[in-house]
Write a protein of this length. Structure first.
Length: 267
């Protein structure tokens, strides 16, 4: 991050997205409930990553839809009156432009779910269409410490944030997952403390909220980034802003899913 001005960081987080028609190159299990899919194509060589919590919108068309070739953003727009895709948003875990590859991690919610069901069956050679990347959360200089909070759906973004934070920056990480088998290897530098919270059957978000409100925040200006279930995020935002005095500008908490709705609800 050294040598990048605030304005440069802001602009770097907002490079425009575009439509990408890619093929699955590799599929690997990160944990029993998370799979990493590597997408590849020559057009990904100039792909400009926005970093941190950037995401892409994956396109899922009905099987009987015949897509024109080449398939472009303009072609997708022309299809809208007769063929509208369902969109599912996923965070970019890593990007290797020299190889024309992008990795995304998928939490497996069940074979009957659209995106996670596709990910569970994905194999090398499968086509995948997605638009992105979105703007990303800029890690602007100023805060003296950082708190990262989330469940498994936030893990790809948390992992990237940890890799992009300055060395020795004081960081506390709380991650709620189903059980111990869902823990992942993360970048942990001096000054970083990671705590894994195992639900072990408890309602999602309950343990995350309990441990987050019990955090001992350091003095000085800090920032909070988090993503989880909508109700949990709402309560965490209220807590950090109203009860703990973290400024709204330094509090970035996003609902990645909603209780009672499938992970693949239409957007």
């Amino acid at each position: 991050m050294s040598g990048v001005s605030d304005e440069g960081q802001h602009n770097a987080s907002r490079r425009p997205g575009s439509l990408h028609v890619t093929r699955v190159r590799r599929v690997s299990r990160v944990t029993p409930r998370m799979v990493r899919i590597t997408f590849g194509d020559e057009e990904l060589t100039p792909f400009l990553s926005n970093g941190t919590d950037q995401h892409v919108a994956m396109y899922f068309y009905d099987p009987d839809v015949r897509l024109p070739r080449p398939f472009t953003s303009e072609a997708a727009k022309r299809l809208l009156p007769t063929a509208r895709p369902r969109l599912r948003r996923y965070t970019i875990r890593s990007h290797r432009p020299e190889l024309g590859e992008v990795d995304m991690d998928f939490v497996l919610h069940g074979a009957d779910q659209l995106a996670s069901g596709w990910a569970e069956q994905a194999a090398p050679g499968d086509e995948a269409i997605w638009f992105g990347p979105s703007p990303a959360y800029p890690l602007a200089p100023g805060p003296e410490w950082t708190v990262l909070i989330g469940d498994e759906t936030a893990l790809p973004a948390i992992a990237v944030l940890l890799e992009e934070l300055p060395p020795e920056h004081r960081t506390s990480v709380l991650v709620e997952v189903a059980d111990k088998a869902e823990e992942q290897e993360l970048t942990v530098r001096d000054g970083t403390e990671v705590r894994w919270l195992h639900r072990d059957g408890r309602p999602a978000g309950q343990l995350l909220y309990e441990q987050a409100v019990a955090l001992d925040l350091p003095p000085g200006r800090g920032r909070v980034w988090g993503a989880a279930e909508r109700d949990t995020v709402r309560e965490l935002r209220r807590h950090f802003v109203q009860d703990r005095g973290v400024s709204r500008a330094d509090t970035h908490l996003t609902a990645y899913w909603t209780r009672g709705e499938t992970q693949d609800s239409d957007v």
